[in-house]
Design a protein around this ligand. Structure first.
Ligand SMILES: C[S@@+](CC[C@H](N)C(=O)[O-])C[C@H]1O[C@@H](n2cnc3c(N)ncnc32)[C@H](O)[C@@H]1O
Length: 338
């Protein structure tokens, strides 16, 4: 686009930009251009003391703050657009409410436009079943469910269709890693594609982490991810049912310093098995989804099923899961039977 411009030598660029901004005449819709040893700032009007020229300038790309500002749906529906969604590598998972389903493709396209690095958008149903995976509906972009995800210096291949994964637990994984002391033996009973194990191996110095999962595909990715992050000497990936694998480890005399039980709707059934591979002072990070009123009752239940061998040291509310329900981690310490 044609515009008047202030022309100054390159070495006067920053100083001039400040003056033009202060005068309020620098055009915000056009980009400055460099020509030979000069820079041309597009301006609203002429200004005394500067050489004025005319030239063609490229428009500045408008920054999109939110997909909600550009989505092509009736205005009255805009207020029920989801304000949060997960970005996993270059894939977005969003939960589209039923009322918005007729416009799900428009929503997908708007998300693609608003996030330049994102290549695929899916509607995600809630996680379900033993493997905690979700049904997906493709909304926009590439039809691809594998991606490379990075957090706290690790890099993981994730398949959002075949393996549970939540970027919202990244802070929690780092919190646990920072609690780990040198030389610990750790069991990650429900490892998925191994995010807890990898963040711990990266930021602490455990002796060994046993990373277990029943989902064959998660284990395949976990193995790849351990290799990718050069942690083969720190993490042993085991495919199988944790309750059996943990009992087998215990039979071999293995006692963990720390056990991670990230299976929110089922971990309690596995707690007695976890105790078999525990010793006095073992710390268990036990995850559950509960509302405020259920917390005390749940702790009492855990004490009952473990013959009072556990103490809850800390209750960490990590995120809201549903209205008034929290994704909670109990940091538990184990004592030997009296
Ligand atoms: C909520 S996901 C957690 C995955 C991983 N820790 C993470 O944070 O991404 C629970 C995992 O437990 C696995 N799982 C369910 N039952 C299991 C069992 N009996 N033994 C081993 N793994 C199991 C599922 O396959 C799933 O990958």
């Amino acid at each position: 686009m044609r515009s008047k411009a202030v022309k100054v030598p390159l070495n006067k660029g920053e100083e001039t930009r400040r003056i033009l901004r202060k005068e309020g005449i620098l055009r915000k819709d056009l980009l400055p251009i460099k020509k030979d040893r000069f820079i041309l700032f597009p301006v609203e009007r002429e200004i005394e003391g500067f050489e004025i020229v005319e030239d063609d300038f490229k428009p500045k790309r408008e920054r999109i703050n939110s997909y909600r500002d550009i989505v092509n749906i009736p205005d009255k529906l805009k207020e029920i657009l989801p304000s949060s969604y997960d970005i996993i590598g270059d894939i977005i998972l969003i939960k589209i409410p039923d009322e918005l389903k007729p416009y799900q493709r428009e929503i997908g396209e708007a998300l693609l436009k608003a996030h330049k690095s994102v290549k695929a958008v899916y509607h995600a149903e809630p996680v379900k079943g033993e493997l905690r995976i979700r049904d997906l509906v493709h909304l926009a972009g590439e039809k691809r469910t594998t991606t490379i995800y990075r957090e706290y210096g690790i890099e993981m291949e994730v398949d959002v269709a075949k393996v549970f994964f939540s970027p919202r637990l990244s802070g929690e994984r780092y919190r646990i890693a920072k609690l780990v002391e040198n030389g610990e033996v750790i069991i990650d009973m429900f490892t998925g594609c191994a995010p807890f194990s990898l963040v711990i191996a990266k930021h602490a110095n455990p002796k060994i982490i046993y990373a277990i999962d029943i989902n064959e595909y998660a284990i395949e990715l976990a193995r790849k991810n351990v290799k990718r992050n050069k942690m083969l000497h720190k993490i042993e990936v085991i495919h199988g049912d944790s309750s059996k694998v943990v009992r087998d480890l215990a039979k071999k005399g293995i006692r963990a310093d720390r056990i991670i039980m990230n299976l929110p709707f089922g971990a309690r059934e596995f707690l007695p098995d976890a105790l078999k591979a525990s010793k006095d002072g073992t710390i268990i990070h036990y995850y559950s989804v509960l509302n405020e009123k259920q917390i005390e009752e749940h702790i009492n239940h855990l004490k009952d099923i473990t013959n009072n061998r556990i103490d809850v040291l800390k209750i960490n509310k990590i995120k809201t899961y549903a209205p008034r329900e929290f994704y909670i981690c109990f940091d538990i310490s184990v004592s030997r039977p009296a």
